[in-house]
Design a protein around this ligand. Structure first.
Ligand code: DP6
Length: 346
């Protein structure tokens, strides 16, 4: 794996600590499909909103000893797949900083329920990238951090920034232009995300695997990729003009189109449960009754509703009554990933 250019002096080589927080983000125009697996380059651009009510906090220390990284996520040792993914990601930072082979200690905690399907890999790799660079004595720009975080998880490239963010598709084969950039800060537009949690079980097919299956087997995949630039243009304009119905319409369209494409894979990817479908209907009924609310659904069963602050109470009340909805969470628009200074000592 070639290391991204983090463009700074490695700094002193003694053990250092970095600690950072990042918010998960919700894609309004979805990323689903890769054009290059090893560099983790997306096949489409995407646009997201940061979810400020939820935070991942990650602490990293590089020691002088060699060996496997020790990774604790939400108080428990990370399992094989997660540990390998984090180890591979940290290798990019080690290579750049001249810390080859130096073992890292990583502790990462989410303050939101893991079962809520909140795209925790977005905040996880954004916080990890930032904390690891600090611990390694690197001093990357936000664009460099976004490029780095993308290597861990595509959606994490967006969580480096707050507010409304666009992940650019890019066209370079080395991926150096596949990077996120802010569209507007959180203060630009005071929106809310209301989340109907429908099924606490972990999803059976993760995003990485699901999007590969879709790319390889869905007859609708070429159309999905081809039509995304139009969705991006509509969403970009809607954010700029603070046009909630335009943004909501394109968000609902992008989500349903992504699921239509995934459903047509072989075997078909069915992320929805009964409560998912009922919640989607409820949002449309509320809209008919005059509430400005639109839904989106990621690679899981939960329904996320985009609305203004005035509609939160009514939506929350309605969603809580749906059989199959176990909880309802609310978020405002979040800020960028940031370092904790000073970091905790241990
Ligand atoms: C449905 O970013 O989790 O949430 O790059 O393979 O880690 P990897 O995928 P990931 O996929 C996110 C998929 C999505 C849509 C989105 O966030 O854009």
């Amino acid at each position: 794996m070639s290391a991204p250019d983090l463009g700074a002096d490695p700094g002193p080589s003694e053990a250092r600590i970095g600690e950072a927080v990042a918010h998960p983000n919700l894609a309004l125009v979805k990323y689903w499909g890769k054009r290059d697996r090893s560099l983790n380059l997306p096949a489409t651009g995407s646009i997201s909103i940061s979810m400020g009510a939820f935070t991942t906090r990650t602490w990293v220390k590089f020691g002088d000893e060699r060996g496997r990284d020790e990774v604790i996520v939400n108080g428990e040792a990370a399992d094989g797949g997660t540990a390998t993914r984090i180890n591979d990601f940290l290798d990019l930072v080690r290579t750049e900083a001249g810390l080859d082979g130096k073992r890292a200690l990583v502790r990462s905690d989410n303050d939101f329920p893991t079962a809520a399907g909140l795209a925790s890999s977005s905040s996880a790799f954004a916080a990890l990238g930032l904390a690891a660079c600090e611990a390694a004595g690197l001093n990357p720009t936000t664009s460099e951090l976004s490029l780095l975080s993308r290597r861990g998880s595509g959606s994490a490239a967006r969580s480096i920034f707050g507010g409304y963010v666009e992940m650019r598709l890019g066209n370079r084969s080395d991926g150096q232009d596949a990077v996120a950039a802010p569209l507007a800060p959180s203060e630009h537009w005071d929106l809310r995300i209301v989340i109907a949690v429908t099924d606490p079980r972990p999803k059976r097919v993760g995003s990485t695997e699901g999007m590969e299956l879709t790319r390889k087997t869905s007859p609708y995949y070429p159309a999905w990729v081809e039509t995304s630039s139009d969705d991006l243009r509509r969403a970009r304009d809607a954010v700029k003009n603070r046009d909630l119905s335009a943004l909501g319409e394109v968000a609902e369209h992008s989500a349903l189109k992504m699921h239509a494409c995934a459903l047509a894979s072989q075997p078909g990817l069915l992320y929805w449960r009964g409560g998912t479908v009922e919640a989607m209907h409820a949002v449309r009924e509320m809209r008919s009754a005059g509430h400005a609310a639109w839904f989106t659904v990621d690679a899981g069963p939960h329904v996320k509703v985009l609305c203004g602050p005035d509609d939160v109470e009514a939506l929350e009340g309605r969603l809580r009554c749906i059989p199959g909805v176990s909880d309802v969470l609310v978020s405002d628009v979040g800020a960028a990933a940031r370092l904790i200074d000073p970091p905790s000592e241990a």
